[in-house]
Design a protein around this ligand. Structure first.
Ligand code: SAH
Ligand code: TYD
Length: 425
């Protein structure tokens, strides 16, 4: 009898939960106007072992992207639980690129000089590439993936292995009062509940404090047709337009911005509380808003055009690869990014086209890329004659990679990129 009751309870919950998900989907469809359909896509950082491949254990989600005409926010439409994406096997490591290490170091020097904060909190601190530039006593780091959080814990940094939310904010506020700087790079775009994000930040940030957010720029993404910025972890791709509208609700204001070349073109937003008169608004803010308006980021037509550009990009890339394969060329991939997962799945590129990918990330090596199931090999030395052509998965680090592979290039080795248009370089 007890088992029956439990089953009924479980069944009712399942129906209720399913309804909730469906309801959420409907609400999203009303709020966001769909402009891009990237088909069924896996979770981009869920690398598969050989065993997983045999068991055919891979979940696919419909990756559709929409534009909110009112807030100008761009978001994927599916709601995937954060616990599924950010678990104790999360493979991504910020420190794998010298470009990122240098970018974090430069920012650390700048914030110390400009803001001289008492305490600094980083949301999504990953392997500590930013915080390692500071004295341990000054830092509070938040990283939900336990395997990754252990890295900064072992380095001696105070690390909360939790998702950022109001409960955690209250806990931290009860211990530390003067958090004058909060930094979140490539993280806010990964968090669905923005209301909780900003309310929690508001709770802990000191009145004179500064919030620095850094994320891929929608304008750059559209200009470069880098549709690979869309994957299931990237819930939002922000523009200054949407960021400004969003922050208004929480009485925050962008007072400066920086354009970064990292991650294919990012924006770094310097944000203060409305009540804080310490900082004057830079003219760079207005200039960026003008650029975004001029490009048409406020008009749905621009989004339709982008979607057409994506389709053309897919056709061109497939044509280049298929021509090379007909000539019996050997092609491999370089940099098994989360972004490339979208490209490979959307363009239906598999291991009969790209033999394997080279990558430096320990937790990706020896595994298979989600969706396309292309093998990831350990990168240990600059390329010599491993392939005729190399597809740049980490195109955002082209400069760093080309510098490393200058001998291969000098010897006639060729790279292929899809950004801004698919071509051989
Ligand atoms: N800041 C680093 C890492 C970016 S990857 C960099 O710029 O290189 C995104 C990171 O955000 C991951 O380490 C992930 O675990 C973390 N993250 C995801 N959701 C989060 C949340 N709700 N709260 C805090 N961190 C989160
Ligand atoms: P990245 O572009 O940082 O992010 P995302 O996964 O969010 O798209 O990923 C870079 C990947 O490329 C990472 O797996 C490390 C790898 N990589 C190399 O293998 N060699 C290199 O020289 C560089 C710069 C990156």
């Amino acid at each position: 009898m007890e088992t029956l009751n439990l089953s009924i309870l479980f069944y009712s919950f399942a129906i209720y939960y399913k309804k909730l998900i469906t309801l959420n989907y409907i609400i999203y469809f009303i709020m966001y106007k769909k402009f891009l359909d990237l088909g069924l896509q896996p979770l981009a950082n869920k690398y598969l072992s050989k065993k997983d491949l045999i068991k055919k254990k891979e979940h696919l989600y419909h990756l559709e992207v929409g534009f909110n005409k009112k807030s100008k926010l761009v978001s994927i439409l599916k709601n995937i639980s954060a616990e599924k994406m950010f678990d104790n096997k999360y493979p991504y490591r910020s420190s794998m690129s010298k470009t990122m290490r240098n970018s974090f170091k430069k920012l650390a020097q700048k914030v110390t000089k400009t803001f001289d904060p008492n305490f600094i909190m980083e949301i999504g601190s990953n392997d500590g590439s930013f915080i390692k530039n500071f004295d341990k006593k000054k830092i509070i780091s938040i990283e939900p993936c336990k395997n990754v959080a252990n890295i900064t814990k072992n380095m001696g940094y105070k690390t909360y292995s939790n998702f950022w939310n109001i409960k955690l904010a209250k806990k931290i506020k009860s211990k530390v009062k003067n958090i004058d700087l909060i930094y979140a790079a490539n993280t806010i775009s990964h968090i669905k509940n923005l209301n909780s994000v900003f309310k929690s930040i508001n709770h802990v940030l000191s009145d004179k404090g500064v919030l620095i957010i850094e994320d891929p720029s929608l304008l750059e993404c559209f200009k470069k047709v880098s549709y690979d910025q869309f994957y299931n972890e990237h819930i939002y791709i922000f523009s200054l337009l949407s960021m400004k509208n969003l922050l208004k609700k929480y009485k925050f204001k962008v007072f400066n911005i920086e354009k970064l070349s990292t991650h294919g073109g990012s924006l770094r937003y310097y944000i203060k509380k409305d009540s804080n008169n310490k900082f004057r608004t830079s003219k760079k803010v207005k200039e960026q808003l003008n650029r975004e308006m001029k490009f048409g980021l406020n008009r749905f037509l621009t989004y339709i055009k982008f979607s057409r550009n994506v389709e053309n990009s897919r056709k061109k890339l497939r044509a280049i690869l298929s021509k090379l394969k007909k000539q019996n060329k050997k092609i491999i991939g370089y940099g098994s990014t989360a972004k490339v997962c979208t490209i490979l799945t959307f363009c239906k590129i598999k291991s009969d086209t790209l033999d394997y990918f080279f990558d430096t990330t320990p937790n990706k090596i020896g595994k298979y890329i989600p969706g396309s199931h292309i093998y990831v090999k350990k990168y240990s030395k600059p390329l010599t004659n491993e392939a005729d052509y190399v597809f740049l998965g980490a195109w955002n680090f082209k400069k760093e990679i080309f510098n490393k592979e200058r001998k291969f290039i000098k010897k006639g080795g060729k790279f292929i990129t899809h950004v801004p248009i698919p071509k051989i370089i």
